[in-house]
Design a protein around this ligand. Structure first.
Ligand SMILES: [Zn+2]
Length: 108
């Protein structure tokens, strides 16, 4: 049996990258303080690579500072122990998770 395998190709979805996710509409994200602190955070040796990619054995440069517990829920936006470095792709996934989490939180 040597049937040619059908190859399914999916269009590569390209993330625009610069579009702010809905969870990033908080006013804190538009402050100079945030811009400065996120840069300092991402420049620390432990924060150079995306933690989610690293957990899967991949090294991807982190571009985004994410709130582990969504800022809407954690209450303290500026608590850096609740921050983690993510790449854009992982941040998109996390943003969707956050939205679900926030939704659950509101229903409680
Ligand atoms: Zn990643």
């Amino acid at each position: 049996m040597n049937r040619p395998k059908k190859q399914h190709t999916y269009p590569v979805s390209e993330s625009k990258g610069y579009a702010a996710s809905p969870s990033q509409s908080r006013s804190e994200y538009h402050t100079a303080r945030w811009q400065r602190m996120r840069r300092v955070f991402l420049n620390q040796p432990d924060h150079i690579y995306c933690v989610r990619c690293k957990a899967q054995g991949r090294l991807t440069l982190a571009k985004v500072v994410d709130h582990i517990v969504p800022a809407e829920i954690c209450g303290d936006f500026w608590d850096t122990s609740n921050w983690q470095p993510l790449c854009r792709r992982c941040n998109d996934v996390k943003a969707a998770e956050d939205r679900a989490l926030i939704q659950q939180h509101k229903q409680r």
